[in-house]
Design a protein around this ligand. Structure first.
Ligand code: 5AD
Ligand code: SF4
Length: 444
């Protein structure tokens, strides 16, 4: 049984996981603000807490329950009441009913394709009615969101959602649903609003962002390269990035755009996951090591200075020592400038979870350490090799030292420098020193 509570006036959205969740979190905050609620300042009480959860790896559900417990215990407001809790995101999608049953303090459960319903659900909760909404797909959601008002030099723009690839380890096709592309005109409009709010760099987001397809203003079917070209026509937008891409969706047009479109940054996150064909087959990755390497060759031919990033899973069920060594060999051959690596984590309901020969935790730990050492070695080598270059840096924020500023190089390296600048400005620096995670620049 639930009882009525006063309508929340302040809110806090806590987003976990991927950049798509960051984007969704921003949109939920905009929805609540459009209803007259205001974001609680850091350290202040909030009447409503939205936990925007991630389900991709390890212990996601337990984490949600411990967060709920902590909010009930530590986040009591001055009058002794606890904030209203809404659980959103992929854990909400996968485990919504169980959360409702197990956590009475949760009043709203809303999946990633239904969060446009959040304000109505919060209002229901205030009048005593708990509700769960996990409908798919997402078409209705974007149409129902308020116009964007975000102001920052860098912005995310979700262009595509969902995934039809069904890699055997992955929950995304179940939590985010089938692949959908947002319409071209909507994206051009949202990008305009972001640029009007000060965005100089836009990162196009999607679980399979390079599978995006739409109809342009002339009625032609275009891929992500067509969208990037249209957005690049805005003189105030200076940089375009996109993530995450699937190797099989790297079209000729998109590869060519890397050579032709100056605003398309020379950085590509292109997960391979493993460096052995048997493992890739068991993962249902639908590419081989050779086809991936051949693809990189074509991309590098179009844009020789492109910086490459990737995702890796170690300890997929059945992965032998020799198969893992193949992953290290692939890393050596590619020379990633940064990459993410994870221990395999069984996701309930995915095919890999019930495959035989799960790899012991200690073996996964050792493999992860060796892989990360190789990735870190290449990242440092890339940063050191950048010293002496002159490049543009888009200033994103102030640094810790007086007069210091932080921004990104075209290759997505963090660069700090001291001097006269302002947020949102594109400055030219000479890179003079490099560490594993950042570079020092001198204004030129
Ligand atoms: N276990 C470990 N890592 C995973 N990823 C996705 N599912 C799993 C899983 N079950 C990783 C993949 C993907 C990234 C976003 O998360 O490397 O590219
Ligand atoms: Fe998951 Fe594979 Fe789809 Fe990426 S391509 S979201 S890893 S199923």
């Amino acid at each position: 049984m639930s009882s009525a509570a006063p309508s929340p006036k302040t809110f806090r959205v806590k987003s976990f996981g991927c950049q798509m969740n960051v984007y969704d979190g921003e949109r939920m905050a905009e929805l609540l603000a459009a209803e007259g609620m205001s974001a609680a300042a850091e350290g202040d009480d909030a009447d409503l807490v939205v936990l925007n959860t991630c389900h991709i790896r390890e212990k996601a559900t337990e984490k949600v329950y411990s967060d709920i417990g902590r909010i009930n215990k530590d986040w009591r407001r001055e009058d002794g009441s606890a904030p209203m809790i809404a659980v959103a995101g992929c854990v909400a999608q996968a485990e919504g009913e169980e959360i409702m049953a197990r956590a009475p303090s949760v009043k709203v459960v809303v999946g990633p394709q239904s969060y446009h319903r959040l304000p109505a659900m919060v209002a229901d909760a205030a009048s005593g009615k708990r509700s769960t909404e996990t409908d798919m797909p997402a078409e209705a959601k974007f149409a129902a969101l308020p116009k964007r008002r975000k102001s920052a030099p860098t912005a995310f723009l979700t262009v595509q959602e969902g995934c039809d690839k069904f890699c055997t380890y992955c929950v995304v096709p179940y939590t985010r649903g089938a692949e959908i592309s947002r319409p071209f005109a909507d994206l051009v409009e949202e990008a305009k609003l972001l640029v009007a709010g000060g965005a100089r760099e836009i990162t196009l987001l999607g679980q399979n962002v390079n599978a995006w397809e739409g109809e342009d203003d002339k009625g032609h079917t275009v891929g992500l390269d067509g969208l990037a070209r249209a957005l690049a026509a805005d003189p105030d937008l200076q940089r375009i990035r996109y993530t995450t891409s699937h190797p099989n969706d790297m079209t000729d047009g998109l590869i060519a755009a890397h050579g032709e479109l100056e605003k398309l940054m020379p950085f590509l996150h292109l997960p391979v996951q493993a460096g052995n064909d048997r493992v890739l087959r068991a993962m249902n990755r639908s590419h081989t090591v050779d086809s991936y390497m051949a693809l990189l060759e074509r991309i590098r031919a179009a844009r020789p200075d492109i910086a490459l990033s990737g995702d890796f899973i170690v300890g997929f069920p059945g992965e032998t020592d020799a198969e893992f060594e193949d992953t290290l060999r692939l890393v050596d051959a590619v020379g990633y400038t940064q990459a993410f690596s994870f221990k395999y984590s069984p996701r309930p309901g995915t095919p890999a979870a019930t495959m035989p020969d799960h790899v012991p935790a200690s073996v996964m730990d050792e493999r992860l350490q060796r892989l990360q050492a190789a990735i870190n070695r290449d990242q440092l080598a890339f940063n050191k090799a950048s010293v002496g270059k002159t490049c543009d840096v888009l200033v994103e924020r102030r640094g810790k030292l007086p007069g210091q500023w932080l921004g990104k190089s075209p290759w997505l390296q963090s660069v700090h420098f001291i001097g006269k600048a302002e947020i949102g400005q594109m400055v030219t620096v000479e890179l003079v020193d490099a560490g594993p995670n950042s570079l020092a620049g001198l204004l030129v």
